[in-house]
Ligand binder design. Structure first.
Ligand code: 4F9
Length: 264
């Protein structure tokens, strides 16, 4: 799939394509980034891409005309690649929150145009005429849409078939079954912390063991423990996710019995 990214800071996207799990997605061309530096579509000696807001107030607004020229260039490029016009997504705190379900839909689509806003915002007329969807990453303000764009590309890239070595490994992640993930442990089986050096104070050595069930080799017991950990952690931290799972009919009788016995 293909992302066309409209940004004032294309250099932010380079290193990301060269590391980790996402690198494989780019190497195998399962995901392609086409970067469109907005300033290339600005006019005049100053190559303006923003101006002051009508009605006054602080900050600057991204101008419609460079955005329209940039989008026209993208559409031409998409058409040459035999792709219809791809939907335009704007990252904004005023958008709908991103969910793993939306990520999975986008991962199965031919691609989209990501508009990374800067300044106070984008002239509403561009949004009305060209933006198909506004997405928020959360209730906080960033300096621009570039980090949200990288976040979306990452979330989508790791769902491409063949990107994760272990195909099952994202099926257990937080949200993939609507619940938060369970804890994970690896070696050593017993970790000794503490002793004289910790915090500059005399501390008693502390043995931290891996939960015994994980060492039992009993696969059904392990699966049950993990499910219960997921339920307990989700109920305490994100009770609304338990409600949503219940509404989707994804909680079994055993799950409900376990939840009733939990001290929250
Ligand atoms: C976008 C914040 C998406 C949260 C874009 C300033 C943003 C944002 N989620 N903040 N520009």
């Amino acid at each position: 799939m293909r992302f066309d990214i409209i940004t004032l800071f294309p250099e932010l996207f380079g290193p990301f394509q060269q590391v980790g799990v996402t690198r494989r997605a780019f190497e195998q061309r399962l995901v392609e980034l086409h970067l469109w530096p907005l300033r290339d579509h600005a006019e005049g000696a100053y190559r303006r891409v923003d101006d002051r807001p009508f009605g006054g107030g602080p900050g600057m607004v991204m101008l419609v005309e460079p955005l329209v020229r940039c989008l026209q260039a993208i559409r031409q490029h998409q058409a040459q690649a035999g792709l219809g016009p791809l939907p335009v997504i704007l990252f904004s705190p005023a958008g709908r929150p991103l969910t793993q379900a939306r990520v999975a839909e986008l991962a199965a689509s031919p691609g989209c145009v990501l508009l990374c806003g800067r300044y106070e915002g984008v002239d509403q007329r561009f949004i009305d005429a060209f933006v198909d969807e506004e997405i928020s990453l959360g209730d906080y303000v960033l300096s621009g849409g570039e980090l949200p764009a990288l976040t979306l590309v990452d979330a989508v890239a790791r769902l491409q078939p063949g990107v994760l070595h272990d195909a099952a490994s994202h099926e257990q992640d937080s949200f993939s079954n609507g619940l938060l993930d369970c804890p994970h442990y690896s070696r050593p089986e017993v970790l000794t912390l503490g002793g004289p050096q910790v915090g500059g104070e005399q501390a008693h050595p502390l043995d931290m063991s891996v939960p015994a069930v994980l060492m039992s080799g009993h696969h059904a017991e392990i699966a049950r423990w993990r499910r219960q950990q997921q339920l307990a952690i989700t109920a305490r931290r994100r009770p609304e996710l338990i409600e949503a799972a219940r509404a989707r009919g994804e909680l079994s009788k055993k799950d409900e019995d376990f939840l009733r016995g939990l001290a929250l």
